[in-house]
Design a protein around this ligand. Structure first.
Ligand code: PXL
Length: 277
């Protein structure tokens, strides 16, 4: 069995980061180890206020030391929400320590809808860029692309624009491949566009567009992509599985106002298991 390490926060309520990565990666038949970067009572979006935030930065080197003493290795290293610039440096060191032969997937979680999430700024972007350097795949949304490339947010970037941005991302960030999520080639479709720097190959994965904002879907996309890559699927095949699963989660949540904080991904898991087995 392959083993993946997921490094991101645990938002106790709200269905994002580790509370989606762990069940999704496990459902895909990949062993999922976790390194929580912080414990929050809820995530920081969807109008949640007064949430608790317990930072676990100081635990990271101790956990790494213990794992090293056990001789643990990972097939894939995945990171998502990172709480601070200092924490990004420690995660980078951790990935360097356990990176031998591992696929590194970095979701540079910083914002959405053109805005930073609470607590992030331009200074943090520089640290996130540093963490992305050397990654096998980075998975930014269009907001994060704007921050990484220090350019205006283009929510309606067409395919030609996205094609131009992808090699720039690989070059400026120093990663081997980039996948931009939330791509809208036209009004009907939505999905992801990718680029592999070594070969100059472009990858496309689209499905139907559904209006609205759905919290946690970036984390879900990254978890499925990481799980599929770990299982040895190509980047394009992994992107398509991730796009289709994310859409399935959105469709099941569309119109359910009680689920304003996250998607009903649990009901979509059997379909994901069927698809990969
Ligand atoms: O889904 C991204 C994410 C992860 N973790 C925390 C967040 C967010 C987005 O708001 O607040 C704590």
């Amino acid at each position: 069995m392959k083993r993946l390490l997921s490094v991101q926060d645990i938002s106790c309520f709200g269905k994002c980061s580790l509370t989606v990565a762990l069940p999704i990666v496990s459902a895909m038949g990949v062993e999922c180890a976790v390194l929580p970067t912080a414990v929050l009572s809820t995530h920081t979006g969807c109008g949640f206020r007064d949430y608790t935030f317990h930072d676990l930065t100081e635990d990271i080197p101790q956990i790494a030391r213990h794992w090293e003493s056990l001789g643990l290795t990972f097939d894939t290293l995945e990171s998502g929400y990172i709480g601070s610039a200092h924490q990004a440096e420690l995660v980078k060191a951790l990935f360097d320590r356990f990176g031998d032969g591992a696929i590194r997937v970095i979701d540079p979680v910083m914002g959405d809808g053109g805005n930073y999430y609470a607590g992030f700024d331009r200074h943090f972007t520089e640290s996130m860029k540093e963490l992305c350097r050397g990654a096998d795949v980075i998975v930014p949304n269009l907001t994060e692309v704007a921050f990484l490339l220090d350019m205006p947010y283009c929510p309606d970037a067409d395919e030609a624009t996205l094609r131009a941005l992808l090699p720039r991302l690989c070059e400026e960030v120093g990663c081997k491949a980039a996948v931009i999520t939330g791509a809208r080639p036209d009004t009907e479709r939505q999905g992801a566009v990718g680029y592999i720097a070594a070969t100059g190959e472009y990858c496309f994965a689209y499905n139907d567009h559904v209006d609205g904002a759905y919290h946690g879907t970036g984390d879900i996309f990254a978890a499925v992509l990481s799980g599929s890559l770990t299982r040895g699927m190509s980047l394009e095949a992994s992107m398509q599985i991730a796009v289709d699963f994310t859409l399935d989660c959105i469709r099941r949540t569309d119109g359910d106002d009680a689920h304003y904080y996250g998607v009903r991904f649990e009901e979509a898991l059997p379909g994901l298991i069927g698809r990969i087995s």
